[in-house]
Write a new protein. Structure first.
Length: 655
């Protein structure tokens, strides 16, 4: 099942929700005046319902049979916020959600219960949860669909049933564009309660006193209190561990020999040495360190994880993958580095500092050091001497710190631009990575280092998604040649190296993979390559930090009469940082399936720079980011008003 369009049902406004609640609780006397405390409790209950009329009606009906007091209503709210639900309230919630929950298939119920590992109200990344479903074995591939594609269809069905909701952080008009979601408040309650009944898992909070055997363990902010609470839990059967917030104390995973999933995405405070035993989890299938900025390298013991299928170290400070990663023959998904959100270049400007001698006296928690510029051997020797003195003194003053972590913190403070700069260029992949025959997703790989990685890429025949950085004139022809051999490729991201960017890099004769649906190009592209017109299945095109001229590039994108035949599948088009873009014209019949047009920081568009927008037959949303004058905005609004779909116009303040 797929769901192309999302019709997000808006909850009742606060006044309407309160009136409905009051009418259902006080059936015979709805005009009764409530005191301030009761009004406060009523609004908290309504908030739990997300403005959903059915939920409000059922809960109000439940309260109508109770004493109508502040104490009784507060008891219900306390029950909601405690993280657990008593039997009576669970039955009430079950009745409220019965049409939604009981009609789910077994597989969808299992996928929903699995969401109980995430805290209430947490914005869950779509790809994160779908991949975890796959690794857990909740989803199997079919004759025509991969397991991940089946997972996407499950996600779409849960969205379509309003059991999970698109996050407000990401405006979206179809499932494919939803990046984050969250579980309906009341559905989260029932999923937590049912998963606890079945020892499926529970959330371990700071004040938790839960005991027993669990399979899926979630921890919100590790620390001494939680560390002690863990001693009451049987960890020998734990299959997944998910940590949210700060990792303030080392966790003992020695008992978790059955661990399949270790998800530390977004965790702060995690250090390299805490991963030293990662190779002991021989059954691990999923490891995510995504966003853990204080992680600089992966241990060689990673090569022991023969069953691992998904490894995500994107958003860390890792710039080189260990050689042992080539042993992971079942690896399906490998993500590292990241595409920078801003218009960063390859050059890093560092300013000289004259205060290096003072660094050794700074406490490790408060170390802040200005940028420095390495200009001479003398400066380099000063850095080495200061580093040695700093580490020695810090180790003497604090027995609980690790030398490896001190060194990394020192280097990060000393040269803060360097780790981030290297990270922008992805990671260096080792020779032999071409042996990972099951690899489906690979990125972001730095190809500037040499030709070895390009020879390895050609061997990855099952690749569907590929992200490369470091494209330059010297390696561009070899890169295109390697990509041409990847017949199954669906998504390709290319980013330039150096200030010259992609000028002249993509002009070679090239037969792109025919299945390519998504193309992202970053960096100083002057003209679009001719081969882009061969992409008959292209559904998403992103251009960022390029220098495209109106002719011929804009003609390819919007002005040619035969554009409908060139881009019959294009659904999303994003143009970002296009300094040469002054107008964007769509002729009749152009881009028949375009639903989302996103223009970001294209500051030289003329006041009448948009034309033909009213004729785009599938357009649903235009996102215009940046500081544009009112005349341009009015012109665009007028055109959208004439479009049969009445597309939504969003600006920066709507995100």
């Amino acid at each position: 099942m797929t769901c192309k369009n999302i019709y997000k049902l808006e909850g009742l406004k606060e006044d309407a929700a309160f009136a409905l609640f009051k009418n259902k609780v006080f059936v015979d006397s709805s005009n009764i005046d409530l005191d301030l405390d009761m009004i406060t409790q009523a609004k908290l209950i309504i908030k739990e319902c997300d403005g959903h009329p059915l939920a409000i009606t059922n809960i109000a009906g439940f309260l109508a049979r109770k004493q109508k007091t502040t104490t009784e209503w507060k008891k219900l709210n306390d029950n909601f916020t405690s993280g657990s639900v008593n039997k009576e309230n669970l039955e009430m919630i079950s009745t409220t959600l019965e049409p939604s929950y009981n009609n789910l298939s077994y597989h969808l119920k299992l996928c929903l219960l699995y969401l109980s590992v995430f805290p209430k109200g947490h914005n869950i990344r779509r790809k994160r949860i779908v991949r975890r479903w796959v690794v857990e074995g909740y989803i199997s591939k079919t004759h025509s669909l991969s397991a991940e594609e089946v997972g996407e269809s499950y996600f779409a069905e849960l969205i379509n049933r309003s059991i999970i909701q698109p996050s407000e952080l990401v405006p979206a008009h179809n499932v494919g564009n939803i990046e984050y979601c969250r579980v309906h408040n009341l559905m989260h309650k029932i999923s937590v309660s049912k998963s606890m009944e079945e020892n499926h898992g529970f959330v371990l909070e700071v004040s938790s006193n839960n005991e027993g055997t669990v399979r899926h363990l979630s921890i919100i902010n590790t620390g001494e209190t939680n560390k002690n609470a863990l001693k009451c839990v049987d960890l020998t059967h734990v299959r997944s561990v998910t940590i949210f917030g700060e990792c303030r104390a080392s966790l003992d995973f020695s008992m978790m020999r059955m661990l399949r999933i270790l998800d530390l995405e977004g965790t702060s405070g995690l250090k390299d040495h805490e991963l030293s035993q990662i190779g002991n989890f021989l059954h691990l299938r999923y490891l995510s360190l995504r966003g853990c900025a204080d992680i600089y390298h992966l241990p060689n013991s990673l090569g022991n994880l023969w069953d691992i299928q998904m490894l995500d170290v994107s958003g860390t400070s890792i710039i080189k993958l260990p050689k042992t990663i080539t042993k992971l023959k079942k690896l399906h998904y490998l993500r590292a580095g990241h595409v920078p959100k801003d218009d960063a270049t390859s050059s890093i400007e560092l300013k000289e500092s004259s205060d290096l001698s003072k660094m050794e006296h700074e406490p490790i928690n408060d170390l802040e050091i200005p940028y420095v510029e390495v200009k001479s051997v003398q400066f380099g020797m000063t850095v080495l001497d200061t580093t040695k003195a700093y580490i020695t003194k810090t180790m003497q003053n604090n027995d609980n710190v690790n030398k490896h972590d001190i060194f990394h913190k020192y280097c990060k403070a000393l040269l803060p631009g360097i780790p981030q700069g290297l990270d922008m260029y992805g990671v260096k992949a080792p020779e032999g990575i071409g042996q990972l025959n099951d690899l489906h997703t690979l990125g972001v790989v730095n190809v500037a280092a040499g030709k070895v990685i390009l020879r390895e890429l050609e061997k990855l025949k099952k690749l569907h998604k590929l992200g490369l950085m470091g494209v330059n004139k010297k390696n561009s022809q070899a890169i295109l040649s390697a990509i041409a051999n990847l017949a199954l490729l669906h998504s390709l991201s290319l980013q330039a190296e150096g200030e010259s960017g992609l000028q002249g890099c993509l002009d070679h004769t090239f037969a792109p993979p025919s299945k390519l649906q998504s193309l992202k190009i970053y960096g100083n592209l002057v003209t679009l390559p001719i081969w882009i017109t061969q992409l008959q299945n292209l559904a998403k095109l992103k251009l960022r930090s390029t220098q495209l001229k109106l002719a011929p590039s804009m003609e390819i994108l919007g002005k040619l009469p035969h554009l409908q035949g060139t881009f019959p599948s294009l659904v999303v088009m994003e143009l970002k940082d296009q300094e040469g873009l002054k107008s964007l014209n769509f002729l009749q019949g152009a881009m028949p399936r375009l639903e989302l047009l996103q223009i970001n920081n294209c500051m030289h568009i003329d006041n009448n720079g948009f034309s033909g927008v009213s004729s785009l037959p599938s357009l649903k949303e235009v996102m215009l980011m940046g500081d544009h004058n009112e005349e341009l905005m009015k012109n665009l609004r007028d055109q959208l008003a004439l479009n049969q779909n009445q597309p939504v116009l969003r600006g920066h303040d709507h995100l």
